[in-house]
Design a protein around this ligand. Sequence first.
Ligand code: GRF
Length: 206
Amino acid sequence: MNIAAFASGRGSNLKAILDKIKSGDLLNAEISVIISNNSEAGVFKLGEENDIDSIHISSKAHPDPAHYEKAMIDILEKYNIELILLAGYMKLLPSSIIKNFKGDILNIHPALLPRFGGKGMYGMNVHKAVIASGEKESGVTIHYVNERYDEGLVIKQAMVPVKDGDTPEILALRVLKTEHELYWKVVDFIINKETPQQSIRDITAS
Ligand code: GRF
């Protein structure tokens, strides 16, 4: 299955997925193209190392929203993309893509949605908010993407403990480890295991 990965940063979640493709644990998946809004993003290096076309599309480079959308749609068509994975992508996808794209669009979030999500809840902000709330559990959420930040239907969650004395940085690392373990499994399920009888939409959060 041809996958487009959208990322704005270092791309460690994408790397974890690429590692599972290379090791043969994740079959029938190909990261065909990387799209980033950030020309400085570390994910470009990852793309280069893995020989994956990596394309910068930003509203700065494409100030006209119609051109911006068209640039994205052209890429999705050119690479015959069937699945979109957001992996640390800081922008909303244009609504025309969300409405018209035929495959699934997934996102990973470093907390247990619906708490600690929404605009501004990214990066260390999430972990700071979790610690400030006194919650003893955080985690990872993988969800379908809709037109609002972090609000699409939840597919899978995994719990990560918040420990006494955690700093946001320590919690972020613990959560990230679980992100790396979970995202590829959901992708694997969608590509290789989902059937009309057993849809990932039926799998309850755990
Ligand atoms: C991850 O914490 C992910 O949950 C969030 O953005 C971060 C991206 O990290 N959406 P990386 O670029 O994959 O390392």
